[in-house]
Design a protein around this ligand. Structure first.
Ligand SMILES: NC(=O)c1ccc[n+]([C@@H]2O[C@H](COP(=O)([O-])OP(=O)(O)OC[C@H]3O[C@@H](n4cnc5c(N)ncnc54)[C@H](OP(=O)(O)O)[C@@H]3O)[C@@H](O)[C@H]2O)c1
Length: 340
């Protein structure tokens, strides 16, 4: 890193690239110095919109830009791997949008490339860095609610059907699980660790991706997680962590919370709040900067091996429905139950 500022390059010029850029630009000690797109016109338009000094007409040119410390990869999920690889092989640190890749094997390969090149890499699971989610982890670790026995979390949206949109298109990594289900699964992970059993009920969209997916995870401790993701209706977007001596209710949206209530058995509920600036992405940008300044190649809050392990569970969940969807009509509920 040159001087004290972290110099960001933005790879891709879609919706979340704009959102993240706006948050990064709010932060002292952060500069957005370059953008790369598949097209010169999109790169220039994005650069002009945000006053970004350099517009690159290819991802390779952005990867080769020595004035960039870290590249934010903001392409559809199946297009995360190649650009991230390009950037890391050019010595660039990467923050890659969630899910890191579309399967655990690819995530493992990216982690190996990061380690081989000694560069920082992290999945942009921004929820992890929210101050209340960090506080929740501390409270649970300190035994504030006893042993965790259950986690409930949901992330379902009413998305208009459009076969060409990345949320519905199989070619663009569509489906509720990879787009939204990764949040409740990742949220639960630090609280309960890897599940011992996986059960799934899901229904397909007309494009064959999962449109409405319920997940029940079982743990060696006896705890369970009841998780839901979908594209077919707006759910509350809340999360609750139940323990033997109390519970924590995380207010909507649990993936970017600004309030949660801790209820210890026998005590009055305690509300904890936080002011979340901008769109909520400043915390992950600051964590990247902290790691780069400290010379870390991974964040302890979202390490690569954990991203890989979570993707293994997502693979396992997807395996419960993908083959069956192929010969069932859209909307027909699938119910499967398995022990690994
Ligand atoms: N953290 C969050 O809250 C959050 C929210 C939304 C999305 N996301 C994640 O961010 C990623 C991008 O989502 P988005 O909603 O920003 O998508 P989007 O609006 O469709 O933008 C994706 C961008 O990727 C580039 N791209 C490269 N190959 C492409 C292809 N074959 N088809 C379409 N675009 C392609 C395009 O930029 P160029 O044409 O400039 O190359 C495009 O503008 C996804 O992985 C998603 O999971 C995260």
């Amino acid at each position: 890193m040159a001087g004290s500022s972290v110099r960001w390059g933005i790879l891709g010029t879609g919706g979340i690239a704009a959102t993240f850029t706006e948050d990064a630009m709010r932060l002292p000690g952060h500069e957005v110095v370059a953008v790369g797109s598949r097209s010169a016109a999109s790169a220039s338009a994005f650069a002009e919109r945000y006053g970004i000094p350099r517009a690159h007409a290819s991802y390779a040119d952005l990867a080769a830009d020595d004035g960039v410390d870290v590249v934010y990869v903001a392409t559809p999920h199946p297009m995360h791997f190649e650009p991230a690889r390009l950037c890391m092989e050019a010595g660039r640190a990467v923050l890659v949008e969630k899910p890191l890749t579309t399967c655990a094997d690819d995530a493992e390969k990216l982690a190996a490339i990061a380690r081989e090149h000694g560069v920082f890499a992290m999945e942009g699971m921004w929820t992890r860095f929210n101050p209340l989610v960090r506080r929740l982890r501390e409270l649970v670790a300190d035994g504030a609610i006893g042993e965790v026995t259950a986690v409930y979390a949901d992330f379902s949206v009413a998305a208009e059907f459009d076969a060409s949109h990345r949320q519905w298109s199989p070619e663009l990594g569509g489906g509720a699980l990879l787009d939204l289900g990764c949040y409740p699964v990742s949220f639960t992970w630090p609280l309960l660790g890897p599940p011992a059993t996986v059960q799934v009920a899901a229904s397909p969209a007309p494009t064959g991706v999962d449109a409405n997916t319920g997940i029940m995870l079982g743990y060696e401790s006896g705890a369970i997680a009841l998780l839901h993701c979908g594209l077919t209706g707006a759910s509350p977007h809340t999360a609750t962590v139940v323990g033997t001596r109390g519970r924590v209710d995380v207010a909507a949206p649990f993936y970017r919370p600004s309030a949660m209530t801790v209820t210890r058995t026998g005590a009055a509920p305690e509300e904890i709040t936080a002011d979340v600036p901008g769109h909520g992405f400043t915390y992950e940008a600051e964590e990247v900067a902290r790691c780069l300044r400290a010379g870390l190649t991974e964040s302890p809050l979202m390490p690569l091996d954990e991203t890989v392990a979570i993707l293994r569970t997502l693979d396992e969940i997807a395996a419960r429905f993908t083959e069956r969807f192929a010969d069932r009509p859209a909307g027909a509920a699938q119910s499967t139950s398995t022990q690994p």
